[in-house]
Design a protein around this ligand. Sequence first.
Ligand SMILES: CSC/C=C(/NCc1c(COP(=O)(O)O)cnc(C)c1O)C(=O)O
Length: 393
Amino acid sequence: MNKEYGFATKQIHGGHTKNLPGALTSPIYQSSTFVFDSAQQGAKRFAGEEDGFIYTRLGNPTEMELEEKLAGLDNAEAGVVTASGMGAISSTMHTFLKAGDHMIASKVVYGCTHSLFDEGLRRYDVDVTFVDTTDTAAIEANIKENTRLIYIETPANPTLDISDIGAIAKIAKAHDCLFVVDNTFCTPYIQRPIDLGADLVVYSATKYLNGHGDVVAGAVTGRKELIDQIHMVGMKDMTGSIISPFDAFLVSRGLKTLDIRMEKHVQNAKKVVAFLDGHPKISKVYYPGLESFKGHEVAKRQMNLPGAMISFELKDGRAAGEKLMDAVELLTLAVSLGDAETLIEHPASMTHATYSPEALQKAGISEGLVRLSIGLEDAKDLINDLDQALAQL
Ligand SMILES: CSC/C=C(/NCc1c(COP(=O)(O)O)cnc(C)c1O)C(=O)O
């Protein structure tokens, strides 16, 4: 793919494999295994002496197309796609961490990511320190001689905390640590961590990348030498967390409209934030686009747009939050995010239920926090629905 092309062209044409019948769209290679011309060819492929497909857990043309498209959008050398975002994260961690290693992670991350780090990896004697990564000095202060990896989400799920990718990349490099950024809330359209110095970028492709609420998938992009290791260690042997060719096809198809979907998501989010900010029943709105938001300046520097995820606190806490979520009519009460439908959920009891009360408190995730994933509906309908629901509190 010619790197001179613009984002919109690359999201449509990137990774495209021409095919014999000349179909406009690539065929879906829904095949578990691939035929060898000869015993020698099979042996050569297994030995890595000849390019070619062997078995879908090791690689598949439909998945390769998605990997190349996504890597192109991230300005990365290569990519690997997985069965879920957690598959991407765990395959990466199992590839690069071993017993006795230490890692630093944002104290605010998605719930299952938190439990993978706080319980899963500890089972294999990997030590994790959760740090307020919005404070880069705190990262430096927690680096040990066995620190191998720094992991952040920015904006973080669900508090939208903003960590400075460029500043943390410098710290990671200085201490020979791998720097991994979960870019799920942004996508490459809004933020490109590789350009800012990250080594690897992970995604729940379930979200904005696929964008239609009908696939669970994940992805990692970065330097080819690292991605090849994730393919051949994390994916092949450790987790086997492979995506189906059909789901890879759906994500590739979703990516074709990524730019215009993100523009509309953000346009709607800004209108909803303007309605929520200062509302008499709301005590605080968390949104990187608000000048009053703590990470606003860093967000402006590293994000092209402020995103479409919003969290807010109701003055009357969890009871009011539950009432609000039961009173909305158009907004959908469901977890996940990045879909065409606007979704509303309660992190403390849902997406972040894996956190202990102490961890919730340390992460700043209060009982009264409500999270919105702003969709593609008419903004006025979203605002009217929130207005009528808030009026019932
Ligand atoms: C059961 S809760 C639904 C999932 C939610 N999040 C997922 C997620 C993952 C993991 O991605 P999957 O394995 O594709 O779900 C990784 N990284 C981030 C920033 C995420 O938000 C959610 O609603 O916040």
